[in-house]
Design a protein around this ligand. Structure first.
Ligand code: GLU
Length: 486
């Protein structure tokens, strides 16, 4: 590589941050970091009709969440700004005018009605869609007449009628497009805004982008872009199109496959480091087998050559598994920090967090092993925080037990627990384990009765640890409440 690496993520603020787009950003970021280059964020906000409020924030928040820091772009600025296309309209206008002046583009006065009728006719005749080039060869007089009528024209590119454009894509190899399949696409709209094609090329050149790394859906735009580079006398960047993310049915990943907004994943409690690892492995691999690859190792080993040619599947089970691995790898303090915002979504847990942080810190290690997502921790720990447990009395009655034997077991447990000096895991085990044979019960029977009594659930973290954290008072109160239910 001779030129410095400068890559860009160029989102259009037209919707939520799709995991596919963010994974494109991630590939660009990894490439920039791997080669000591610059990662640039450019907001492509030239389609006024499709702009969605809050979309830009959602996209930038997603990048921040994954710590995909940008060297130039919104907030941070840079030498090649502004980084909003809506603030660069003059550049596009002058590029379009230059192309018209040199005969590579022309003003088109066709009305939307005429274009609609033309399209309908093409559909009827089963012809390929595209502008029929009516204004391509207007005489100066005809143009002056349209101008005098007050029609605001668009600017269209004059695509050569013959020949082909070819390029070497770093992933897809040699790509060829016949010019006969391209129509005279619009460069500048009548509202003075550029189209994606013009703005993208003008900016990639002006910002000295070395590699355009983007999803495969844009590959058909590339011949248009190359024609523009040529006409404008610019040297084109390298093009790298990567396959799209697919759902398990191998269709393009979309809402019907489940959440596709990165922010939904944040909300459910996926760790950013897990999401980072997961996204990097959709369509890229280190060695076809290693799954858990920390951030720095991804930076050190990332290469475009190892992006596969075929679409990669978004595998939710793998994401859940990976998130669990990352959750378990956190230290207790890290886990506490990560879980806090999720606990705050629940009133009782949130109050506990504020009033008795130590209690919460004791609880969390009991569920860290089991949580696949951080939001799940709220569910798993709920019973620790509520005043009264809500469960049906028959849940208390153990296997092959009845009301009497259950009452007897609970009372016996009370008697053992009340005089207990230290209410810790070992002491609890020391008195409760021998109690089962005394009552002629299996330990499993006794423990399940106690588990329901103190947690209100049949599946919960280990019993003695749980009781130790709940403490003497709370545990005994819950056993008493269980007795009164029976
Ligand atoms: N604005 C385009 C998008 O929304 C950018 C595509 C490209 O990278 O050229 O993805």
């Amino acid at each position: 590589m001779t030129k410095p690496v400068r890559v860009r993520f160029a989102p259009s603020p037209t919707g939520y941050p799709h995991v596919g787009n963010i994974r494109t950003a991630l590939f660009n970021w990894l490439f920039a970091r791997r080669y000591g280059g610059s990662f640039i964020v450019r907001i492509e906000d030239t389609d006024v009709t499709r702009k969605v409020k809050g979309a830009e924030k959602g996209i930038l928040d997603s990048l921040r969440w994954l710590s995909l820091d940008w060297d130039e772009g919104p907030d941070v600025g840079g030498d090649y700004g502004p980084y909003y296309q809506s603030q660069r309209l003059k550049l596009y206008k002058s590029a379009a005018e230059k192309l018209v002046a040199q005969g590579d583009a022309y003003y088109c006065y066709c009305s939307p009605e005429r274009l609609d009728a033309m399209r309908a006719e093409q559909v009827k005749r089963k012809q390929p869609p595209g502008y029929d080039r009516r204004c391509r060869e207007l005489t100066p007089e005809e143009r002056a007449k349209k101008q005098a009528e007050g029609i605001v024209p668009v600017v269209r590119f004059k695509v050569p009628l013959e020949g082909q454009t070819r390029f070497k894509d770093l992933i897809y190899g040699d790509v060829v497009f016949e010019h006969s399949t391209l129509d005279d696409f619009i460069l500048l709209k009548s509202d003075g805004y550029p189209t994606y094609h013009l703005a993208n090329v003008v900016d990639d050149h002006a910002m000295e982008i070395s590699h355009v790394i983007r999803a495969e859906e844009w590959i058909s735009s590339t011949p248009r872009h190359l024609l523009l580079y040529q006409a404008l006398g610019f040297e084109p960047p390298e093009f790298v199109h990567h396959p799209m993310i697919l759902g398990p049915d191998r269709a393009k990943l979309s809402k019907r496959h489940g959440s596709v907004s990165i922010l939904d994943y944040r909300e459910q409690g996926y760790l950013p480091q897990a999401m980072f690892n997961f996204l990097a492995l959709i369509g890229w691999s280190l060695d076809d087998k290693t799954e858990i690859i920390p951030r720095q190792a991804l930076v050190d080993n990332f290469s475009l050559e190892r992006i596969g040619k075929t679409g990669a599947i978004f595998n939710r089970e793998k994401l859940d598994w990976m998130n669990g691995v990352y959750i378990r790898s956190l230290t207790p303090d890290e886990f506490f920090d990560a879980v806090q915002p999720y606990l705050m979504t629940d009133i009782a847990a949130g109050e506990a967090l504020i009033d008795s942080e130590d209690y919460v810190r004791e609880i969390l290690p009991l569920v860290q092993e089991r949580a696949k997502k951080l939001l799940q921790v709220v569910e798993l720990t709920k019973f620790f925080f509520v005043e009264e447990l809500d469960y049906k009395p028959d849940m208390l009655i153990g296997k092959n037990m009845d009301n009497n034997s259950t009452v007897k077991a609970l009372k016996a447990a009370q008697d053992k627990l009340k005089p207990l000096k230290a209410f810790d895991t070992d002491s609890l085990e020391a008195v409760l384990r021998p109690l089962a044979p005394e009552l002629e019960l299996k330990t499993g029977q006794l423990f399940s009765v106690l588990r329901v009594a103190v947690t209100g659930e049949t599946a919960a973290p280990p019993l003695f640890e749980t009781m130790a954290v709940l403490g003497r008072e709370r545990s005994l109160r819950r056993i008493a409440a269980a007795l009164s239910k029976l």
